[in-house]
Design a protein around this ligand. Structure first.
Ligand code: ITT
Length: 187
């Protein structure tokens, strides 16, 4: 089955392909030559996942999947949350991490979670699937794999960050995997 994922983020696309395996061919907006900037002006992960999936479905007529995800830090009242991609600099992972670490300086409560909300949009309208993984934020970066906030996030039950894990290991436990499992069950 071919699946159109409403994303310009190649890291997400690759993770989704790895999670789904060979039975699926994952295509992103880039593969379809769609370079429009999708304005994510929603107030929740659900809103933004819907905006992406609906845009893509209306543009192509192909059933589409939107992934809106982010890091939610307890001591920061849930920030960066829906602003995770552009917290300090637009898709500048280093600057975004630096801002979170600065805001957490001296803070003992390092609890956080990653969340993914998937919106699947076809002729029947939208369906939503959510996945969460709890963990803690380190005081400095560790590891070079993954993307985004992976170098500072240690999932509960582990001693290494997402950026120190193999992609295979991350993709077995991640927020994205948990949301994708619910989506697959629905399919
Ligand atoms: P699209 O909107 O084109 O899909 P995006 O990167 O802008 O790509 P989001 O708006 O959903 O996507 O923002 C997600 C941000 O949250 C992402 O840029 C990372 O900073 C962070 N993030 C999401 N999933 C992550 C993961 O698995 N590991 C680390 N950081 C992640």
């Amino acid at each position: 089955m071919e699946l159109l994922v409403a994303t310009h983020n190649q890291h997400k696309k690759i993770e989704i392909q790895q999670i789904l395996g060979k039975e699926f061919t994952v295509k992103s907006l880039t593969n379809y030559g769609i370079y429009d900037e999708i304005v994510e002006d929603g107030h929740s992960f659900e809103d933004n996942a819907l905006i992406k999936a609906r845009f893509c479905y209306e543009k192509t007529g192909i059933p589409s999947l939107g992934d809106d995800s982010g890091l939610v830090v307890e001591a920061l009242d849930g920030r960066p949350g829906i602003y995770s991609a552009r917290y300090a600099g637009n898709h500048d992972f280093e600057k975004n991490i630096a801002k979170v670490l600065l805001e957490l300086e001296g803070q003992k409560n390092r609890k956080a979670f990653f969340t993914t909300v998937l919106c699947y949009y076809d002729q029947n309208g939208p369906k939503f699937f959510e996945g969460i993984i709890n963990g803690n934020i380190l005081e400095e970066n560790r590891g070079h794999k993954g993307f985004g906030y992976d170098p500072v996030f240690v999932p509960d039950g582990y001693k290494i960050t997402f950026a120190e894990m193999s992609p295979k290991d991350k993709n077995q436990i991640s927020h994205r995997k948990r949301a994708m499992d619910k989506f697959l069950e629905f399919l």
